[in-house]
Design a protein around this ligand. Structure first.
Ligand code: GLU
Length: 273
C-alpha cells in the first residue's frame, strides 16, 4: 500500500525539518547563520571583563574577536557568553558556545572532554595577598592559612593535590568573589594565574591593597576550547592564532592589556598544531 501524505502532514514534516535544522546550526554548535557565540570571563580585568557600559574588554576578548573575524564573523556578529571556570567544558559540549577564550589552561583532564586550539599564552600560578601581610612568602606558608580559589580551576586542583594540601581551601564561583574575601579578611590569600592576579592588583579601586607573592607555581598554557573532534575548526583557529602572532597583533594586544598591570609576560608560545 502506498502511503499518501495529507497536506497537514506534509506541512508538519516541513516544520519538523526546519526545527531540526535550526537546532543543528544553532543550539548544537554555538553558531547560527550569521552569529557566533563565544565564551569569555566577565570578571577578570586585563583578560575578560564586562564593563559597566555593557561592553567587553581584555586580552582574551580581543583574541576572540581576531579569531572570529578570521572565521568570517565581524565583531557585531559575536554573542558573548559568560564562561565561569567550572562551566567551560559543559558550555562547549552542549553547543552553547562555538569556542571558549577564558584563561583556559590546556590539560590532560580537560582534553578528555574537549579539544583546544593554541596555546596562545603562557602564565604561571601565583598568590595574591594583602599588601601589609608578610606571613605568606612561600607556598608552604599556605598550609596554616585560609586560601581562596575557584571551582573547576587548575589553581584549586594544584593546591589540593600538591602545592598546599593542608590549606583551608575555599572554592568560589569566580575570582572576583575571592578578591572580596581577601579584602574583608575572610581569606588570607587568593591563588590563580599571575596574569589574572596582576589585573586585580592594578585596578584603580584596589591600588595599594594587594601584592603578588611572585611565585611561579605552575605552567598554564591558555588554549581556545572547542568541541572534541572538530579538527576543521581547530585547524582554522590555529591558523588565525599564527597570523595574529606573525602580523604583530599578539604583541600589540599583550602591551595594551598587560602593560597597565605591569605583568611581565612570557613570549608567545609555539602553537601545537
Ligand atoms: N588557567 C587556570 C584554569 O584554566 C586558572 C584560571 C581560570 O580558572 O580561568 O583553570
Amino acid at each position: 500500500m502506498k502511503l499518501r501524505r495529507t497536506p497537514a502532514a506534509a506541512a508538519a514534516a516541513v516544520v519538523l525539518a526546519l526545527t531540526a535544522t535550526a537546532c543543528g546550526s544553532g543550539s548544537d554548535s554555538g553558531s547560527n547563520g550569521d552569529k557566533i557565540t563565544v565564551g569569555i570571563k566577565f570578571d577578570q580585568p586585563g583578560l575578560g571583563l564586562k564593563t559597566p557600559d555593557g561592553t567587553y574588554a581584555g586580552f582574551d576578548v580581543d583574541v576572540a574577536k581576531y579569531v572570529a573575524k578570521e572565521l568570517g564573523f565581524a565583531e557585531d556578529k559575536i554573542n558573548w557568553k559568560q564562561a565561569p571556570s567550572a562551566e567551560r567544558e559543559n558550555l562547549i559540549k552542549n553547543g552553547d558556545v562555538k569556542f571558549v577564550v577564558a584563561s583556559y589552561s590546556i590539560n590532560e583532564k580537560r582534553l578528555k572532554e574537549v579539544d583546544f586550539a593554541g596555546p596562545y599564552f603562557v602564565t604561571h600560578q601565583d598568590l595574591l595577598v594583602r599588601a601589609d601581610d608578610s606571613s605568606i612568602t612561600k607556598v608552604e606558608d599556605l598550609n596554616s592559612k585560609k586560601l581562596c580559589s575557584v571551582t573547576g580551576s587548575t589553581s584549586a586542583q594544584n593546591v589540593k593535590e600538591k602545592l598546599a594540601p593542608k590549606a583551608d581551601l575555599q572554592q568560589l564561583g569566580g575570582y572576583s568573589e575571592c578578591l572580596t574575601g581577601l579584602e574583608n579578611k575572610r581569606v588570607d590569600a587568593l591563588t590563580t594565574d599571575a596574569s589574572i592576579l596582576a589585573g586585580y592588583a592594578s585596578q584603580k579601586e584596589h591600588q595599594g591593597k594587594f601584592k603578588l607573592a611572585g611565585l611561579s607555581l605552575s605552567n598554564e598554557n591558555y588554549g581556545i576550547g572547542i568541541k572534541k573532534g572538530d579538527s576543521e575548526l581547530k585547524g582554522k583557529i590555529n591558523k588565525a592564532l599564527e597570523k595574529m602572532v606573525s602580523d604583530g597583533t599578539w604583541d600589540k594586544l599583550v602591551k595594551q592589556h598587560f602593560g597597565p598591570s605591569g605583568y611581565k609576560n612570557d613570549p608567545a608560545p609555539k602553537i601545537a598544531g
